[in-house]
Design a protein around this ligand. Structure first.
Ligand code: SF4
Length: 341
């Protein structure tokens, strides 16, 4: 596997020709393994209660925002709205609070989501293997959990309190989810927290280890860039667009079959450009506030991060088709999840 020195050289090389070369290799591999298909998904925030204090996040426990979580009726309302846009892959998100959003609440949300969507992903507090098994049997297909940074010292600086402050527990989360039967795991780093090359190298090692030990799981990765947000004083991410593009390309070259996600944190021009490089899954028509689609008035929303791409699902579909991509709403028919024999 590529070593740290080579990653640093690739990310820091000033030659524009290198970016072109990487883009061509990455684009070719993406077409070879994924064709010209892009899967669409939408995030749906269930709750912004959080008992952790991560200094870069608008939901952190010390931030004075209005806290609430969706009732069952509000979940129906939000999910029905997304389903009507054509969305079949949903990512259900919460802050990390075992008190506000315990397993029972997440199972209830899953049971409701099953009536609207073919595929259900979840980005919530890390759990035990048995809890993941429970969620999987209930209908959760995928778990998203980012280490954020693999730099232990930096991790400690920015994760001040709460369960998320436990580096090792978070590091072991993808493995516990895999043991629990979850079939899709999304991993990632938050660019802007620590040295990008070092974090990328550590993520590659973690992902390789997961692939070797849990080959039955489908993996994807994400590289969100840190954005400033109300109630935090973080400087914006120092990873520029060229480095960001190289990270996507290098990841595709190192992991030809792994999905690469891109959220609406990035602006439309960059998102459109990245489609040709290695991205296989994008969010569309996103709102990152609890109840943001139908429940909470726009001026009262406290998003987890600011959305840069405000195009609707229909806009994104039109753009994909214009660029000769097939938008994929689902490649999955909902079945009852069972623990393999
Ligand atoms: S990053 Fe997650 S755990 Fe940390 S404050 Fe935000 S919602 Fe809570």
């Amino acid at each position: 596997m590529i070593n740290l020195v080579d990653i640093k050289n690739i990310l820091h090389d000033p030659s524009q020709g290198l970016t072109e070369e990487l883009a061509q290799d990455a684009g070719r591999l993406t077409r070879q393994y994924f064709g010209r298909t892009i899967t669409l998904y939408a995030p749906l925030y269930l709750s912004n209660f959080c008992s952790s204090y991560c200094t870069y996040c608008g939901f952190h426990s010390h931030n004075r925002i209005k806290r609430f979580k969706l009732t069952a009726a509000q979940m129906h309302q939000e999910m029905s709205f997304l389903a009507k846009q054509g969305i079949e892959n949903v990512l259900l998100l919460t802050g990390e609070s075992c008190q506000a959003t315990p397993l029972g609440y997440l199972k209830e949300a899953t049971a409701i989501a099953k009536t609207y969507f073919a595929n259900i992903g979840m980005e919530v507090q890390p759990m035990e293997e048995a809890e993941y098994r429970g969620l999987f049997l209930c209908g959760v297909d995928g778990i998203t959990v980012y280490q954020e940074t693999y730099d232990r010292d930096r991790y400690k600086e920015v994760h001040i309190a709460g369960k998320k402050a436990d580096y090792d527990y978070r590091l072991g989360t993808p493995e516990r989810a895999a043991k629990g039967g979850v079939r899709h795991i999304s991993m990632g780093i938050l660019l802007g927290l620590a040295d990008a090359a070092q974090d990328l190298h550590a993520l590659y090692q973690h992902l390789r280890w997961m692939e070797r030990n849990y080959p039955g799981v489908e993996y994807s990765v994400s590289f969100p860039r840190l954005r400033s947000i109300k109630g935090t004083d973080f400087a914006p991410c120092d990873v520029d667009d060229v480095t960001f593009v190289r990270i996507i390309c290098l990841t595709r070259i190192q992991f030809p079959r792994v999905g690469i996600n891109l959220s609406t944190r990035e602006n439309p021009a960059l998102r459109d450009h990245a489609l040709e490089l290695g991205i296989t899954r994008i969010s569309a028509g996103s709102n990152t506030s609890v109840g943001g689609y139908t429940v909470t008035a726009a001026e009262k929303q406290d998003p987890q991060f600011d959305v840069k791409d405000h195009r609707s699902v229909q806009d994104i579909i039109a753009i994909l088709k214009k660029r000769n991509f097939d938008p994929v709403f689902t490649d999955w028919r909902r079945i009852e999840n069972e623990v393999p024999p």
